[in-house]
Write a protein that binds this ligand. Structure first.
Ligand code: DGL
Length: 302
């Protein structure tokens, strides 16, 4: 596909009437609809990979906002606006559920999205916090994420809801996202940066570290090497896939086992680049990548 190809998404228009129906009267076709997944860029592909392993019959529509990555350095208002636009795009394509496969957007925009859309919406923070709570024996938990996610305090809150007496040590790692987006996860520079960011957490004696950004599983081996064998790494993508399966079951939205899944990848810029680096991350399940416009029409309800 040519980098300049633009596939404009159809207008959302009226709210989809079938979204409002109780599960028992929805058409079989509704259950076959894709799960919508979005992230600022490539990171959400780590969630897609887990979804495909866990729910192989489900179709997926992925949106990576590559024109505006990173989200982690933006204001809460901007992150909410970008998230609404992504949600609106996915709903316009008829998804049956939205997975916010971005910790930053989950931290700031999940409640806003949930209040505006008629399909189930799931983020990644609660799942990661739950897994960390289960894994930690000492109650000393580290969290790494974007500047925005760490500033939001979302992980601390989520962990403390589950375990009130706990030490949560948070560390922003702003250069990790560009390293992954640039395909430099295995570059020597990545190790130097990881050693620098993670040194304070190593010194604090944590036994569990949450990879609180969906880009970070791409650096998992490196982070594990730097932290050492005594620290368990929590990938919220795995936990999120379990939650998605649960939500689909609860809402009677699981696709039939006979379904041949279709996986569509959309980005707001540079589809060829996304395809290239995305395939390094999750392999050849990424075939064509389309470029779409999602900006504008800000007053519209998603
Ligand atoms: N992958 C995203 C997250 O989980 C966002 C990274 C960014 O755009 O800064 O936070």
């Amino acid at each position: 596909m040519d980098e300049s190809t633009v596939a404009s998404h159809p207008a959302v228009g009226q709210a989809d009437p079938e979204n409002m129906l109780p599960p028992e009267v929805r058409s079989a076709a509704y259950r076959r609809r894709p799960i919508g997944v979005f992230d600022s860029g490539l990171g959400g592909l780590t969630v897609v990979k887990e979804l495909v392993d866990r729910l192989p019959h489900e179709s997926i529509l992925y949106f990576g906002d590559t024109a505006r990555v990173p989200y982690g350095t933006k204001s809460p208002e901007t992150i909410c606006r970008f998230s609404r636009e992504a949600g609106r795009f996915l709903l316009g394509r008829g998804v049956k559920m939205i997975v916010v496969a971005c910790n930053t957007a989950s931290a700031y925009a999940l409640n806003d999205l949930e209040s505006k859309v008629a399909v189930p919406v799931l983020g990644v923070v609660a799942a990661g916090a739950r897994a960390a709570h289960r894994a930690s024996e000492s109650g000393r938990i580290g969290v790494i994420g974007t500047t925005g996610t760490i500033a939001s305090g979302a992980y601390e809150r989520a962990v403390r809801t589950l375990r009130p007496v706990v030490e949560v040590h948070a560390q922003a790692c702003p250069l990790f996202v560009p390293l992954v987006e640039e395909g430099l996860a295995h570059h020597a520079a990545a190790r130097l940066i990881a050693e620098d960011y993670l040194a304070p957490l190593c010194a604090l004696g944590i036994d569990t570290l949450v990879l609180g950004c969906t880009h970070y599983p791409a650096l998992r081996q490196l982070i594990g090497d730097v932290m050492g064998p005594g620290v368990r790494l929590i990938d919220s993508a795995e936990e999120t896939a379990t939650d998605v399966a649960e939500v689909l079951r609860e809402h009677d939205l699981l696709a039939p086992c006979s379904q041949r899944p279709v996986r569509v990848f959309s980005v707001s810029d540079l589809p060829l680049r996304f395809r290239h680096v995305g395939r390094l991350l999750i392999g050849d399940m990424i075939d064509a990548v389309e470029r779409v416009e999602v900006e504008g029409n800000l007053s519209a309800t998603v």
